[in-house]
Design a binder for this molecule. Sequence first.
Ligand code: PRX
Length: 638
Amino acid sequence: MAKQTKVSAADSGQEFYHPSKEVVKNATIKDYEKVYKRSIEDRDGFWADEAKKLDWFKKWNKVFDDSERPFFKWFVGGKTNIAHNAIDRHLKTWRRNKLAIIWEGEPGDVRTMSYHALNREVSKTANVLKSMGVQKGEIVTIYMPQIPELAITMLACAKIGAAHSVVYGGFSVEALADRIANAHSRVLVTADGGWRRGKVTDLKSIANEAMDRSPTIEVCITVKRTGHEVHMENDRDFWYHDLMALPIASPRCETEVMDSEDMLFILFTSGTTGKPKGLVHTHGGYSVYTASTHRNVFDVKDEDRWWCAADPGWITGHSYLVYAPLINGSTIMMYEGAPNHPYPNRWWNMIEKYGITILYTSPTAIRGLMRFGDQWPKRHDLSSLRLLGSVGEPINPEAWKWYHSVIGNNECPIMDTWWQTETGGFMITPLPVTPLKPGSATKPYFGVEAAIVDEKGNEVKPGEEGKLVIKNPTPGMARTIFGDPERYNETYWKEYEDKGWYKAGDSARIDEDGYIWVIGRIDDVIKVSGYRLGTAEVESALVSYPDVAEAAAIALPHELKGNAIHVYCILKAGIKGDSKMANEIKNHVSKEIGPIAKPEEVHFLESLPKTRSGKIMRRVLKARAMGVDEGDLSTLEE
Ligand code: PRX
């Protein structure tokens, strides 16, 4: 059976990478068009069938309810719990003995856990949370490195009906304090630290500083990971291992019966204003959607070992590191540290060692590892791999081809999945049988109607750039912005209110073959190394530096990171900027938000281009920096 991918020319002159006979033979869904047609013509029927693949305490009365648009509801009246589907139901089958998690720490320590063992840890943690008074509906903030306790705590919250708000461990004091305040969290679960590039990241000190600014916090539970000295406060701080050793941490815990539409988690993401928005995801629709996309797009089989190399602090980690693969009964791989520590073969070594069959990662990670050369992956037997995935930003064809040939040995199709924190799961994506074009996320997933439209909302011609819209709600979409439903409506649905479309905030093209090519954000959101940041957040950190009066942040292309942040500062009267101050400003932003937000370059200016109403014209700064046409300047203030 042919294992290698065949390459042929498309009508458009581009290359098509066809799946090998072996891939087609093994694929569960062989006819995308047929299933897609059904999913659009009989949307409720399609989603009901997908939902039936999960367990429900009580079946729904109605698949879809749009009576309060844009606050759509799915599987109305259904009772379930994602933790039941991710763990409990497997315990009644042979999967109780199957590995749920293989985890490797950066120093090389390894932990593995069967579904049975995972259930014990989750139940014990759930009881610990209960003993701290955690109630159904309250939001627990989690701030941790990538260790099993992060996934365990998420699942423990879900099990007892509490919601979680995971704050990425790379964020710093201000970002953490803001998110705690926004979620009104009473309980914070953290760790003393984690390992990154051979060094300890001192999470507990950051958490302590953030808690000093957070009057809502009453309890902080700390997992001991690195063992370095940390400050613990009486009556507030508890060690996780101390609590887990008490009789209250019983390994038996009832899974709470939740309504389909009950909140599972909030996840903060950056938007166009300085205040990050907490998107709300629910138990029912999110379980169905993430499990469906994971099962079909990656054609998961029981023999698979699935590695989503994203941090659980981002939506990719929520949906495809933790929830969907566990619902589908997969064995998941988790790795704590840097991809090139101690050497650039770290990932390839782990793929060989654990026999990983599917790797799902970001273009930034691929470009980062590509730069060390082919010799590092070539030292390892990567033949266990059968599928690859990409997410977070457009993948450039050069990186795609390297990933395909060097990592995938020209045998593994690459699932380039386009989606967002807001959509919960994949929206535009190939299936293993889809002929691929390097750099295109190809076609909409089942039940999704995507279009590229012009300013007036008319579909653009093939090859033209336009705005990406989704024409219909899907079960995995966020239900609202926590505490701010108006902003939810305003941000995503208002622009196409009469049509009922969802505004993605991205620009894209569609080609003659109906393939979608996502270009990038068209709002004030920057994607740096695939991480999402708002220009407004960076600007607010900049003006909190004592000498900065006004500031603007823009994204400029960067070979490795996709985009890098460049900032423009107006200093307070009489102050002169120099390279020393530029460095201080960079470090200040990094301390306030986190290292991912550290500006690439700081420029000092006398004035910023603004509209007459006083809005900074970032696109003018960008055009100037790139030496391209500045476009329409009619609104520019003199
Ligand atoms: O611009 C798109 C880009 O990431 C944005 C969503 O970011 P976030 O909410 O952090 O979620 C990232 C993980 C799903 C999108 O608006 N993006 C995501 N995936 C792709 C992508 N751009 C191009 N191709 C992709 N596959």
